[in-house]
Design a protein around this ligand. Structure first.
Ligand SMILES: [Zn+2]
Length: 180
């Protein structure tokens, strides 16, 4: 957003000019032809004060607004993934339940059921392998939940940061307008 300057005429009226008009010929309402000065010379002219809430803040507001939106979307994605991982997590065996089941059997029954399990399911390392796979799945989920929670936090920080920055920039634009 470039500044607007007031090009004076000998009649006393002024015409608004912008830097990109440098060198152009304009006509004053009085009929006189005015040559727009160079950009350097233009800087010595009287400047039109920018009004708060005019084009200047709106150009950067679009970017900040989209940053807030992106931040919110990232946060929502992170929350969704975290909830998804949590809801579909494998249910670990309730150890108390298992213990009760084992304690309800006598030593001989336990031995017999162990022999039976061994006959049906094969050597004990099968269940160890399954437990390890389960533990690995739980571990992987915890890692991924850490990633998705970080994603959520990142989205919230981005949205909050862009919101606060937008407010600060608008305050800054207002105060600089008052200084002019
Ligand atoms: Zn004139």
């Amino acid at each position: 957003m470039s500044a607007t300057y007031l090009l004076p005429c000998s009649c006393g009226k002024t015409t608004e000019v912008r830097p990109h008009q440098a060198g152009e010929m304009l006509s004053c309402p009085c009929g006189a032809t005015l040559e727009v000065p160079t950009v350097l010379q233009m800087a010595h002219l009287e400047q039109v004060p920018m009004e708060p809430g005019s084009a200047r803040p709106s150009t950067s507001w679009g970017l900040r607004q989209s940053m807030v939106l992106i931040g919110v979307l990232i946060a929502l994605l992170g929350i969704g993934l975290t909830v998804g991982l949590f809801v579909t997590r494998p249910q670990l065996l309730d150890t108390d339940e298992v213990h009760d089941l084992v304690n309800a059997k006598s030593a001989v029954q336990s031995w017999l059921s162990y022999r039976e399990d061994l006959r049906i399911f094969g050597p004990a390392w099968h269940s160890k392998k399954r437990d390890a796979a389960l533990a690995e799945d739980v571990f992987r989920r915890n890692v991924w939940m850490g990633v998705t929670l970080t994603l959520t936090a990142g989205g919230i920080i981005l949205a909050t940061g862009a919101t606060l920055q937008g407010r600060a920039a608008r305050r800054g634009a207002l105060s600089s307008d008052f200084e002019q």
